[in-house]
Design a protein around this ligand. Structure first.
Ligand SMILES: NC(=O)C1=CN([C@@H]2O[C@H](COP(=O)(O)OP(=O)(O)OC[C@H]3O[C@@H](n4cnc5c(N)ncnc54)[C@H](O)[C@@H]3O)[C@@H](O)[C@H]2O)C=CC1
Ligand SMILES: O=C(O)C(=O)COP(=O)(O)O
Length: 528
């Protein structure tokens, strides 16, 4: 099967080498598509690869009927409607590490150019003006750099600023005193940072909480003559407030690489001599572009091989070590979910998944998603996947609870899944037997030993001589061959179960007449 990859922003040709190497991928590069053309082209595409330019809106995502993965060759995913992707079961991957260095270097370059007015002086010179008075700058040495957002890029910028003999003060919700100490920087609140700094640089994503983080009120609190740098995202700074703060003389200058609306060409900010700007070039180096394109291409290749991706954005990422421990249980978890969803026709309102034994030591959210996927397949078929399982459960008001206990009687690991409907509770437990593979070991209160595979018949009956024989005879009359059979009961003469594996698929309706046999209460045909 060939998967169609559409690339709509310029990516490094060297970087997409992994895509070119894969035999089952057909690549189309179309970097100047109009919105209408994109909506048309996306229809037949399995993977979309972008940078920051292409606006991957809900409309685009919904038009991508075959779309399975969106790759962002870079960090920021604010041009991608993540909710729409998740709801439609489309995984989004990015390349968070590949452009860190370039963005940090660009930030330092912008700060230096700003401090020494290099672009303005160069402009004058280009226009034939030799002016050594207007372009007097300030030193960076001994000045304080305020860093808001000390993630990958912010931390690199802080380290480089120290090399410039600057003092650094930072704010990040994840920054602790200990970590700051280790880095040789101060830490404080946003207010501490903006009040102490001579230069302020922002390195957060654009989120609800960071939108207009630097606004009129914030500028008011800053030192007179402060200089501002934004190489992260337009919108973190309120551009109108920045304009006013520069015109009023409060802010001495600003270096901007990113803007609230891009392309940014006729904004009043660009008319101010105190403002220097680049057209979103933070990641535009040969090295960064190759690196981010390689990372995102590798993830796309892995995805179409059915392997785990390294940098999922709308799925929690799982470390290699944890993945190695939990991956063998993926299939079992899904099958336990499928089993229960076929064991009842009633609407499921709650799912409780209990991980007992060694598994309880790991992040098992991926297993929970697989279980929920198995449960929801009854309603959503192939539309439900790892990405949207949680979303679909929430949308249909199905409560999903995860429980863990490191003690497990008899089994090294045990996954017990329980579903509640309005009037009943159904339970199944499974494990992986060393060297033997997956087993269902309990259904409701009955102990069994069934390989969760193929075509099963789950039968509830009275524990009475003849019940099993009558089932066997009727199945023989229907020419249905029994491959394996297990029985279980809790009390002699009470309710009991049979778990049969049969050779072929049968429809539930074909099995209804089994319930007319004496002592047979319920029959469920379940394909796993
Ligand atoms: N100009 C350009 O071409 C480029 C821009 N970027 C942008 O730079 C930004 C930072 O990228 P990375 O460092 O790779 O991301 P990152 O995820 O490593 O770091 C972001 C940091 O911001 C912090 N943060 C979140 N909310 C915050 C808040 N309310 N206040 C303070 N800190 C907060 C997070 O805790 C995190 O440590 C992103 O917006 C990214 O899109 C990245 C690469 C190139
Ligand atoms: O990685 C990021 O967040 C960037 O802003 C880089 O954007 P670009 O890939 O150069 O369009």
């Amino acid at each position: 099967m060939t998967f169609h990859i559409l690339i709509t922003d310029p990516l490094s040709e060297e970087g997409i080498y992994p895509l070119r190497q894969a035999e089952n991928l057909a690549i189309t590069i179309a970097t100047d598509l109009s919105k209408e053309a994109l909506l048309e082209t996306i229809k037949d595409v399995d993977a979309l690869l972008v940078r920051s330019q292409t606006q991957v809106t809900r409309e685009v995502i919904e038009a991508g009927k075959n779309l399975k993965i969106i790759g962002r060759a870079g960090v920021g995913v604010d041009n991608i409607d993540l909710d729409a992707a998740t709801e439609n079961g489309i995984i989004v991957v990015n390349a968070p590490d590949g452009n860190t260095n370039s963005a940090a270097e660009h930030t330092i370059a912008m700060m230096t150019a700003l401090a020494r007015k290099i672009p303005q002086a160069f402009n004058a010179l280009k226009n034939g003006v030799w002016d050594r008075k207007t372009y007097i700058g300030v030193e960076l040495k001994n000045k304080t750099l305020g860093v808001i957002g000390l993630g990958r890029i912010g931390a690199e910028v802080a380290a480089r600023a120290k090399g410039q003999r600057m003092n650094v003060i930072a704010y990040d919700p994840f920054l602790t005193e200990e970590k700051a100490k280790k880095m040789g920087i101060d830490f404080g609140t946003v207010d501490d940072v903006i009040q102490a700094a001579d230069f302020i640089t922002v390195h957060t994503p654009l989120l609800k909480e960071t939108r207009h983080l630097l606004n009129e009120e914030a500028f008011y609190k800053m030192k007179d003559g402060v200089q501002i740098i934004n190489c992260a995202r337009g919108g973190i700074i309120d551009e109108d407030a920045l304009y006013n703060a520069i015109v009023s003389g409060k802010v001495a200058g600003a270096a901007l690489d990113v803007f609230e609306t891009e392309p940014f060409i006729d904004h009043p900010l660009l008319t101010l001599p105190e403002v220097i700007a680049t057209p979103h070039l933070g990641a535009s180096t040969v090295e960064a572009q190759e690196s981010v394109a390689v990372d995102v291409s590798n993830d796309v290749v892995s995805f179409f091989k059915g392997e785990a991706v390294r940098n999922p954005v709308n799925l929690p990422s799982v470390s290699k070590e944890v993945l190695a421990k939990i991956a063998p249980f993926f299939d079992l978890a899904e099958k336990l979910g499928t089993f229960l969803s076929r064991k009842t026709d009633e609407t499921i309102v709650e799912v409780n998944i209990k991980y007992a034994g060694e598994l309880a030591n790991y992040d098992v959210r991926a297993l929970t998603r697989n279980t929920v996927k198995g449960i929801l397949k009854r309603n959503f078929g192939s539309h439900v996947n790892d990405v949207n399982a949680k979303y679909l459960a929430e949308r249909f008001d199905i409560k999903v609870n995860e429980h863990k206990t490191t003690t497990s009687k008899g089994f090294l690991h045990l996954i017990t899944v329980e579903v509640h409907t309005a009037g009943s509770v159904h339970r199944v437990a499974g494990t992986l037997l060393n060297g033997l593979g997956p087993r269902i070991v309990k259904v409701d209160d009955y102990v069994v030993d069934v390989v969760p595979e193929g075509h099963l018949l789950f039968i509830k009956h009275k524990d009475q001589p003849g019940a099993i024989g009558r089932v066997g005879t009727l199945l023989a009359e229907k020419n249905i061959n029994i491959a394996t059979m297990q029985v279980g009961r809790t009390t002699i003469g009470g309710e009991a179960i049979m778990m049969l594996t049969i050779d072929n698929h049968v429809e539930q309706e074909e099995m209804e007449d089994l319930t007319e046999l004496a002592d047979i209460y319920e029959v469920r045909a379940i394909d796993l």
